[in-house]
Design a protein around this ligand. Structure first.
Ligand code: ATP
Ligand code: MG
Length: 396
């Protein structure tokens, strides 16, 4: 019996005459992953990508790995493993009898649905469902039919060339395919929020490039390594990520020595936004992405965001802006960045933190503080410190 993976399109279905571009991006992503796992071919038809083993050498573990990869591809609404057979009721019943007991093991209730994209198939969908439901009842011990609230749904799909039998279709990553929206520069700290923000924008089709600010020796080698590890974890979804690293050490020392403490963070963040804007332009990124959430900390009040946002000429996307910390944590756990993000290393934003940061800053006062330092020279010096680390996918 042959088992394949069916990946069904999400929003791409709505793309009309643009659909080809989205399908091409989806196929590029799937082929890259199939090549990594090895032994699978990838094709698409009728809003579904079919991932099929090339031969009998493909093991159960390979299918597991390929399935896990498919779940990380943006653009699919659902994925499922399915058994393939000829398009006749005898073959479908036989396949159901052989394949489904394993898939339904331990389940107490099921529902069977059928769908025909081949309308010439002699039985109607309800007839197919009823017949295969009967097969399941006779081959899976103790299981019951529950149409309203089943533990698992079995699906029979009559498609172009073959019939597919599957159970336990899962939600996939959703979103739209990577790269179809252009490129964004993620301000990546070592915290919980920014990796989630990067993930959320990659999900909307952006290739992610990252920028990290450090403040060596106030921030450590281990803090940098933690950020790179977060970046690596994101590559599982986003593909290759180039991380640009800029040193803010001298800027922070100058702020400490010359400016009013209450303004430290805001002044620093204005430098960060301006450097990020410059970096984005150099790297052909058309937006900045941050992990800010409104009101979460002093620098994320509306007034604070107003005095930092204006330092960028590009749109700044803050996908976490309306999420509570709890919700961001939940997402970080889901995408697998949480455990790294909570490692206790310092960030440049936590070096020289003011005891009473301004939460309602006025732009004139902020600018007056900036007049106390040689801002242009400091910017230039920081910019010159920039270096880049490339994180490749499948490298962990
Ligand atoms: P995070 O959990 O992402 O660190 P946070 O809640 O700690 O966020 P801040 O430290 O105020 O909040 O940072 C807000 C945003 O600014 C971050 O989400 C990130 O996008 C950016 N940022 C903060 N520190 C850095 C840094 N060292 N390098 C690059 N970007 C940073
Ligand atoms: Mg932080």
């Amino acid at each position: 019996m042959k088992e394949v993976i069916l990946c069904k399109y999400g929003e791409i279905i709505l793309k009309g005459s643009n659909k080809g571009k989205f399908e091409a991006a989806l196929m590029r992503e799937m082929k890259k992953r199939a090549k990594y796992v090895g032994g699978f071919t990838v094709r698409y038809n009728q809003s579904t990508v079919y991932v099929e083993p090339e031969n009998d050498d493909v093991t159960e573990e390979d299918v597991d790995e390929m399935y896990a990869q498919a779940k990380k591809v943006f653009g699919f609404a659902s994925v499922t493993r399915a058994a393939v057979c000829e398009k006749n009721m005898e073959a479908i019943s036989e396949t159901a009898r052989e394949y489904l007991p394993g898939r339904l093991f331990g389940k107490r209730s099921f529902r069977c649905e059928a769908k025909r994209s081949d309308k010439k198939f002699p039985l109607s969908s309800p007839e197919i469902a009823a017949q295969i439901g009967g097969v399941i009842l006779s081959s899976v011990p103790k299981i019951k039919v529950d149409l309203k609230n089943p533990e698992i749904t079995v699906r029979i799909e009559i498609r172009d060339k073959y019939a597919y039998v599957h159970a336990g279709q899962e939600r996939a990553a959703g979103g739209i395919p990577l790269g179809t929206g252009g490129r964004g520069l993620l301000l990546l700290s070592g915290g919980i929020d920014s990796p989630v923000a990067g993930y959320m924008m990659a999900k909307r089709g952006l290739y992610i490039e990252a920028l990290h600010f450090e403040s060596f020796p106030y921030t450590s080698e281990r803090a940098r390594e933690k950020v790179l590890q977060l970046g690596r974890e994101l590559t599982e979804y986003c593909g290759r990520i180039r991380v640009h690293i800029i040193s803010l050490t001298h800027i922070q020392e100058e702020l400490r020595d010359n400016c009013e403490e209450d303004y430290f963070t805001l002044l620093l963040r204005r430098f960060m936004m301006e450097l990020a804007d410059r970096c984005a332009k150099e790297e052909d990124c058309k937006c900045l992405i941050t992990g800010e959430s409104l009101g979460q900390v002093a620098s994320q009040t509306l007034a604070a965001i107003n005095v930092t946002d204006c330092m960028s000429t590009l749109p700044v996307f803050r996908p976490c802006i309306g999420l509570d910390k709890e919700e961001i944590v939940e997402r970080a756990r889901e995408i697998g960045t949480f455990n790294t993000a909570i490692l206790p290393y310092e960030d440049c934003c936590t070096v020289f933190t003011p005891r009473h940061p301004r939460t309602q800053p006025e732009l004139e006062k902020v600018e007056a503080q900036e007049a106390l330092i040689d801002r242009a020279a400091l910017l230039e010096e920081a910019w010159e410190s920039r270096y880049t680390v490339t994180l490749h996918q499948f490298e962990q």
